[in-house]
Design a protein around this ligand. Structure first.
Ligand code: MN
Length: 299
């Protein structure tokens, strides 16, 4: 099993406050390294600098590391962490990517749809609206129309890939060269009929964070524990070694369909244990080597 202790040494990049760039230096502290960037804007709508950073990270890394060493650490509990993504061209998500989840979905679909949609049991990818992104610690808002219709809204606690250098038709053998790093994401989902892109794209339905652990030799995305805790109870608990299609396979497949752009986000699939969330629920999604993504649920 991968221990968090072993992986803390890996670089962790965060966005905080007015989209400042930070390096998380330990469990409690962050350093503002924004001044090491060639360009920056506090305006999320003109955030091309972020995608440039994702693309050029290897080149910018030495300056960022120097700034992290030289800067004054700030207590993490005194900053507002933002989703580590700014205007991604797309959020891709993998479906049906753990055998035990595919098995449980037969029962979930019988209960929520009254039938089983067999096409949904095969691995594939779909898109979520980038406007569904939500920051660490913010609220997941249950849509009134969905509540009124009595549909269940489910948690899916997933490993998320952040694309560095993009590309089309990326071979599986070199796919990891295109990965900037990894973060945690909640793929919040309405269990009703119809297209995934609608059921998973409501505002706040893609909490992301708390930061990006940069992909390095010491980080093995194929051996990470994902544990989702809801109100103190473990609901999802899996190791990414159980993925049906692993990260290189997902990147290769997605890029065979659509060009991946720097800063694109890829959810890797729901572990078994999906279930309804209710107003007042507190979600804590932990991934080893990354950290805790927290969210609160409200009407
Ligand atoms: Mn999902």
């Amino acid at each position: 099993m991968t221990t968090d202790h072993k992986q803390w040494g890996l670089m962790k990049l965060a966005l905080f406050n007015s989209f400042r760039l930070g390096v998380v230096v330990d469990e409690l502290r962050i350093v503002d390294v924004t001044d090491a960037l060639p360009e920056h804007s506090d305006d999320a709508l003109t955030a091309g600098w972020w995608r440039g950073l994702c693309r050029d990270f290897a080149e910018l890394r030495p300056a960022i590391e120097r700034a992290a060493d030289a800067g004054e650490p700030i207590a993490l509990d005194r900053v507002t962490l933002r989703a580590p993504a700014l205007n991604p061209s797309k959020i891709i998500a993998a479906a049906s990517n753990y055998h035990a989840h595919v098995a449980e979905m037969h029962g979930v679909q019988q209960r929520t749809l009254g039938k089983v949609d067999s096409w949904m049991m095969d691995f594939d990818i779909f898109l979520k609206a980038p406007s569904s992104l939500a920051d660490q610690g913010t609220d997941i808002v249950l849509p009134p129309d969905v509540r009124a219709a009595g549909f269940e809204v489910h948690h899916e606690s997933e490993l998320v890939v952040v694309i560095g250098s993009g590309g089309a038709d990326i071979p599986r053998e070199t796919a990891l060269d295109h990965v900037l790093g990894y973060t945690a994401g909640l793929d919040i989902t309405v269990r009703s009929n119809g297209d995934r892109s609608r059921r998973k794209s409501y505002d706040t339905f893609s909490p992301l964070g708390p930061w990006i652990t940069i992909a390095d030799d010491g980080f093995d995305a194929a051996d990470l524990d994902i544990v989702l805790n809801v109100n103190g109870e473990v609901r999802q608990n899996v190791n990414t070694s159980d993925l049906i299609v692993d990260v290189p396979g997902i990147v290769a497949y997605a890029s065979s369909i659509m060009t991946l752009e720097p800063g694109d986000i890829i959810f890797t699939g729901a572990p078994p244990g999906v279930g309804p969330i209710e107003p007042g629920d507190e979600l804590d999604s932990f991934i080893s080597g990354i950290g805790h993504l927290r969210a609160h649920v409200r009407e």
